[in-house]
Design a binder for this molecule. Structure first.
Ligand SMILES: N[C@@H](CCC(=O)N[C@@H](CS)C(=O)NCC(=O)O)C(=O)O
Length: 221
């Protein structure tokens, strides 16, 4: 493939990780440029329409939004990670978007200083996980025994839930056995393990400490 791909990343970002998993799964060569979202460089403000990562530069052209990047990366190489049935594919897209909402509730659960607000967000996360459990196939992956795009989209969320469990003892998947098994399967995959920097668990803990929210009070040390 002669197309040049450059992914603009922030090491802690789960949305960037969605794109990286697809790139790794499909063995596509790409460059990665890390920025500090707390202090983004001027060039990033010009390049990223929403000021967000991920951004994928394709021969200099800008793509943004993790799901769009995932789909583009999938479409330029075979075999596709998308389900072939258009209805299944469309429903998966909707549930991928739903996963973004869970991630959005997870962040304030981790970082909010107020215990009541953090617990309320935990309730939102748990309720959404129940909804997800209800539509999961019960197989190794979301749709069954085959890894598809939606699996790449959810793995970063499960990785963060695993960090939270290890750091605080809060097991968000204890009431959703299908999701717990799915998470275990995803986190064991090479394309998932290789999608983050090795120091991510330490960085995540550092972020929890730095944000100094309610969850920081639950850290083991
Ligand atoms: N809907 C976007 C969400 C991306 C997103 O929220 N990225 C965060 C980092 S994890 C970000 O860039 N935040 C900076 C900001 O919003 O100013 C996607 O799926 O790509």
């Amino acid at each position: 493939m002669s197309t040049t791909l450059e992914l603009i990343s922030f090491k802690l970002c789960p949305f960037v990780q969605r794109a990286v998993i697809v790139l790794k799964k499909k063995n596509i060569d790409f460059d990665i440029t890390y920025i500090d979202l707390g202090n983004p460089p001027e060039w990033f403000k010009e390049v990223s329409p929403l000021g967000q990562v991920p951004v994928l530069k394709v021969d200099g052209e800008v793509l943004f939004e993790s799901s769009v990047i995932q789909e583009y990366v999938d479409e330029i190489t075979l075999p596709s990670l998308q389900p072939t049935d258009p209805l299944v594919k469309a429903k998966n897209r909707a549930w991928i978007s739903f996963g973004g909402e869970i991630l959005m509730a997870l962040h304030p659960m981790v970082t909010h200083k107020d215990e009541a607000v953090s617990n309320e967000k935990r309730g939102v996360v748990l309720q959404k996980l129940q909804q997800l459990e209800a539509v999961h196939s019960g197989g190794a992956y979301f749709n069954g025994e085959e890894f598809t795009m939606i699996d790449a989209a959810y793995a970063p969320m499960f990785m963060r839930m695993d960090f939270i469990k290890n750091l605080t003892g809060i097991d968000l998947l204890s009431e959703t056995p299908k999701l717990a098994k799915w998470a275990e399967n995803l986190l064991a995959l090479e394309c998932v393990k290789a999608s983050v920097v090795p120091e991510l668990p330490m960085m995540y803990k550092g972020m929890v400490k730095h944000m100094d929210g309610y969850l920081a009070t639950l850290l083991a040390d």
